[in-house]
Design a protein around this ligand. Sequence first.
Ligand code: AHM
Ligand code: MG
Length: 342
Amino acid sequence: MPQITVLEHLLLHQKESPMATGRFTRLLNELILAAKIIAREVNKAGLVDVLGFTGETNVQDEEVRKLDEYANKVLIHRMARAGVLCAMGSEENADLIEIPDPLPRGDYFLMFDPLDGSTNIDANVNVGTIFSIYRLPSDRPNANCTPLLSEVLMPGSQQVAAGYFLYGTSTMMVYSTGKGVHGFTLDPSVGEFLLSHPDIRTPELGKIYSVNESYWHYWDEAAKESVAYFKSLENERRKPYSLRYIGSLVADFHRNMLYGGVFLYPADARDPKKPQGKLRLLCEASPLAFLAEQAGGRATDGSRRILDIEPHELHQRVPLFIGSRRDVEKIGEIFAKHGAGN
Ligand code: AHM
Ligand code: MG
């Protein structure tokens, strides 16, 4: 395998693409640097516990930070200084994050989940940073000011790039600019993400289903029938799918994309304030849907393509069915039969 870095890959394979601009390269470069800093801290997480530094201050008299807050701060601090963003949105911040004056602004809008699956961190389970990138028209009115929320709320089909960093046994970056999905693994000896998974294609028919089945009683009939289908002997494979659920969306998605499978987070009736389930459209579902489709898979909310959904809130939640094409299409058939989404 040639030792190609993310930026070399971008420049080599996308020469003709508008993504090969210096500004996009800069954005990606800053994102990679932020992820390396987060990875360093994530890798120390267990060590901090073992050494008993979990009090108010650590040995350097620094405040001990919760890792998700830390990841959020690193991303905001670095990306605000990239000089290419007009604003950001984070799972951890209620409102749009402005680029403070006098820092230079650009046309890109970055949405991210700084540390997805962070409840798993103390158990040394994979977590990740999910990112989604949009570009606003440079001739928009007040292009030098923070955009209005209505300007950045765009359907996922308008993403110019999306991806994630996965912090695990090794640190990976998986991303797409709409020309396939490419995976890079951090080689700690040189400090670079090197191409390890070029042009990832997900199997058309999976063998894994991933869902928190304890919510069964809160689901509607379409969701129940979908999960029952994957467990049954009468599905397309004529044998039950294997159940795998880490509880870190980014890790569950990554495994299913490589091996073939479907991840389900249906709407449920647990919390009347969250009738659409737990996952967020803009910082979780949309970027992963972009990757799923680029890898040959699908992503829906049961009836609608995730990438077609027009957002109306920054932290909008959405049911998510994502993974191998034929499995997600089957869920769509079951939902249509139940009249869901009509
Ligand atoms: P988080 O972004 O606060 O970590 O929450 C999202 C996570 C996903 O990674 C995962 O798929 C889901 O929550 C698990 O939820 P549940 O515990 O309801 O199964
Ligand atoms: Mg998350």
